[in-house]
Design a protein around this ligand. Sequence first.
Ligand code: VGL
Ligand code: ZN
Length: 203
Amino acid sequence: MKALIIIDIQNDFCPGGTLAVPDGDKVVEVINSLCGRFDKVIATRDWHPQKHVSFGSTHQRTTGEIIKLPSGEEQMLWPDHCVQGSKGADFHKNLAIKNFNIILHKGMNPDLDSYSAFYENDGKTSTGLTYYLNGFKIKEVFLCGLATDYCVYFTALDSLKEGFTTNLILDCCRAVNLPEGSEKKALKEMKDSGIKILNSSEI
Ligand code: VGL
Ligand code: ZN
């Protein structure tokens, strides 16, 4: 059984949004056309409370700065984005949500970020996604969405760690590239760890 996992196709990550990923909206139509080929389709939403720990404004700091959290983990700071219930947190208007079996919200803990759809950034607080996939005997996952170098990247590595054969649909992803070169680095690390990188035409 195969699942498609669609990461964070939300207004704030699309052109005009507060954390816009260049050409973030260009992946929508292709992703819509792929959904029918999978046994399960999971979509995630970045879903932060106001004053979230990942917002620069929460710490009177600016985007791109890295701070150390009380837990000792490093946190990259972002503009306010994907605030629960806001327009920016909505899915892109053309994304066909009728195809989604479940919508998984992540990043809801005010004090802890969650890039991965499997685990929060402490690396141990589960979102429950592994249980869902195992419950339906999913063995292979295909990942797409935003952003290649953050949420897609961390989801891909955790997917592999959880034992799923993991594919990344490259033409259905876009990167923030902050800092410069982070897309390249993420792609190399994914490839080196055994994630298959392919294009939608190969599915
Ligand atoms: C993301 C930065 C902050 C992502 C989410 O979806 O890749 N990036 N929050
Ligand atoms: Zn976020």
